[in-house]
Design a protein around this ligand. Structure first.
Ligand code: ATP
Length: 208
């Protein structure tokens, strides 16, 4: 079985993430997509929304899609989390499966600064989605280990979604409707109050 590991902040889960997942499934690039909202990303400042909110938004964003699972293995942990550790643990559970690691083109250039990139490359092939209209350059060390998904285009970013909400706007089609409803209901990303909203109560989350 070919599995795709799709990690990210998902702060929030947006239409670009959904388009990536649908493209993977539609083109048969993997049999299953595992969406893994990150805990604390060591390379980014703290995300505006706590892990449990980001986890729930990812769950809402993929609800009803066959072939997709959202994992809480990183978002529910405190302290830094590393893709290589999570992926290695998953791979060990399903020996014989092959893995693809999903990346936006913007993440490709700095892949070498991730924790243990060589081990990651031994575990998975990179599945790279061009980011917006930006030209995609594969670093020489990654040639042959990166599969570029040609013809993919989505201009959406979480930064733009957060900025729209903070400015009092509605991100409309930038996020799935259920995610938008969640953002509004929890006051996420609003300037002067919702930016670092408290985590939802455990009762708001489905049982694993
Ligand atoms: P931010 O704007 O906060 O940086 P983001 O929109 O990049 O967030 P992430 O959760 O960090 O969202 O994205 C997870 C992964 O999906 C990353 O590898 C990112 O490059 C990729 N990605 C997100 N949106 C797109 C998009 N529109 N096109 C291609 N790749 C994307």
């Amino acid at each position: 079985m070919m599995r795709a590991f799709f990690g990210g902040s998902f702060d929030p889960f947006h239409a670009g993430h959904l388009a990536i997942i649908q493209t993977i499934l539609d083109r048969g690039l993997a049999d299953e997509v595992l969406v893994v909202p990150a805990g604390h990303n060591p390379q980014k400042p703290d995300p505006p929304a706590p892990g449990p909110h980001r986890l729930r938004m990812a769950e809402l964003g993929v609800a009803g899609l066959a072939g997709v699972r959202v994992l809480d293995s990183e978002a529910e942990r405190s302290g830094p989390t590393y893709t290589v550790d999570t992926l290695a643990a998953l791979a060990a559970q399903t020996p014989g499966d092959r893995w693809r690691l999903v990346l936006g083109g913007d993440n490709l250039a700095d892949f070498g600064s991730w924790r243990d990139p060589d081990r990651l490359l031994a575990l998975a092939q990179l599945l790279v989605f061009p980011r917006g209209a930006a030209p995609l350059t594969v670093p020489p060390g990654l040639a042959g280990r990166a599969l570029i998904v040609e013809g993919f285009f989505s201009p959406v970013s979480a930064t733009a979604v957060r900025a729209t909400v903070a400015a009092g706007g509605r991100p409309g089609k930038l996020v799935p409707q259920a995610v938008l409803d969640y953002i509004v209901a929890h006051g996420l990303y609003r300037r002067g109050g919702g930016g670092r909203a408290s985590a939802p109560g455990r009762e708001a989350l489905p049982c694993p």
